[in-house]
Design a protein around this ligand. Structure first.
Ligand SMILES: [Zn+2]
Length: 396
């Protein structure tokens, strides 16, 4: 019998796979918003956003589109960088006071996530901790939520096609994931023109987050060939277009490619992530690093750590990043960490955690918190707390 390729499990089983978001993609896509609101039966949306999006003039552009179509909207524009139950409660009050029948989230992952939490509370009783995915809370979430349209203004988290909202909750004391297919936006409007004014640093950090989602999902344990295919494609697109988007912020081809990479990364990581995200989830609260930046600095060390367990897949990653396939699988896998390091350097990411302001004495605490994070459980090479500390030290 012909030998199975490496990405099929030896024991074939039954899997259930899904990812069905409707996506409106391209320069000027924002203009299609009124038509989609009409199609969804939304006549008075709550616009959920944050101060940065308002300051950048993007909320005003959204207003102009809504006003042009004669749609009156209510506003909640105080979403915090890492949303909490307060954002959800205040957003809910704005939704009720405004007599709303749907939601439009415009912004990065925080605004879109906050909108999902508000959306949930419109028909589900608090507290949000009741729906904590880690405690099986998804079973309480019903399919009776008002429609949500997501309009990303970064190319990073991919929350516009994701089915989870993340919030720091007082009664869990941590970043809590609320997860249900019903939280998936009904439409994602991905207009690259909304990302051209993003500062280079944020373009780089958010773009490296998308790249990391694709890479970690592709390497993650478990069988999900659809996630693998789009995860690898996210790696390919981000590797070729992120440096261009950083160098030429108004290059709409590069910006469009990055919006695709961001969606693909998020579609792929429902398969799982890895040690890099476990460490990033600890670096943000302890050392104050931006999520994408934390991933970008740690990723080369994680790739090197995974070399022993994921050679064939790392060779595919290297090829997706432009390596010559004729160099052979072992050499390709061996060079993957350097390629990732070079990409991060090219877009201006600091080389080491110490350069990003992390204190050496915090590394053990970061490793301990990372070990508590579920992301590393799908890392291709199992890691102990000691391994995570070694990776953090290597990145330091
Ligand atoms: Zn991420």
């Amino acid at each position: 019998m012909t030998a199975l390729p490496f990405d099929l499990p030896a024991e074939l089983g039954v899997v259930e796979l899904s990812w069905p978001t409707r996506v409106v993609l391209g320069p000027g896509a924002l203009a299609r918003l009124p038509a989609h609101l009409a199609r969804l039966g939304v006549s008075r949306p709550l616009v959920v956003t944050d101060a940065g999006v308002v300051k950048a003039g993007l909320a005003a552009r959204l207003d102009a589109v809504l006003q042009g179509a004669g749609i009156g909207a209510a506003r909640f524009e105080d979403v915090q960088p890492n949303p909490t139950d307060r954002d959800a409660a205040e957003g809910l009050a704005a939704y009720r006071d405004g007599g709303c029948d749907g939601l439009v989230a415009i912004g990065g992952g925080s605004s879109i996530d906050a909108a999902k939490l508000v959306q949930l509370l419109t028909t589900h009783p608090p507290p949000l901790s009741r729906y904590d995915d880690a405690a099986g809370g998804d079973r309480f979430i019903r399919d009776d939520l008002p429609p949500l349209v997501a309009i990303p203004t970064t190319a990073g988290t991919g929350s516009e096609v994701g089915r989870s909202g993340v919030a720091i909750l007082p009664d869990t004391g941590r970043k809590t994931v609320i997860f249900s297919p019903f939280l998936m936006p009904r439409v994602a409007i991905c207009d690259p023109e909304l990302t051209v004014d993003l500062p280079a640093k944020l373009t780089a950090a958010t773009g490296m987050d998308a790249f990391t989602h694709g890479l970690e999902a592709y390497l993650a344990t478990g069988f999900h060939p659809l996630a693998d295919a789009v995860g690898l494609d996210a790696v390919r697109r981000a590797a070729r277009s992120l440096p261009v988007a950083v160098r030429e912020p108004r290059n709409l081809h590069a910006r469009t490619d990055m919006m695709i990479a961001a969606m693909e990364g998020a579609m792929a990581f429902q398969k799982g992530l890895g040690a890099c995200h476990a460490l990033a989830h600890a670096l943000t609260p302890i050392a104050g690093l931006h999520h994408g930046l934390a991933n970008a600095v740690v990723l080369p060390a994680v790739v090197a750590f995974n070399r022993a367990a994921a050679g064939p897949r790392l060779a595919q990653i290297a090829q997706a990043m432009g390596a010559d396939p004729r160099s052979g699988e072992a050499a390709l896998a061996e060079g993957a960490a350097d390629r990732v390091r070079a990409l991060a350097a090219e877009v201006g990411i600091p080389a080491r955690l110490r350069d990003a302001g992390v204190r050496e004495q915090d590394l053990p605490r970061i490793a301990a918190k990372a070990f508590e994070d579920a992301s590393h459980r799908t890392n291709p090479r199992p890691c102990t707390e000691g391994d995570l500390l070694e990776i953090a030290r290597a990145a330091y």
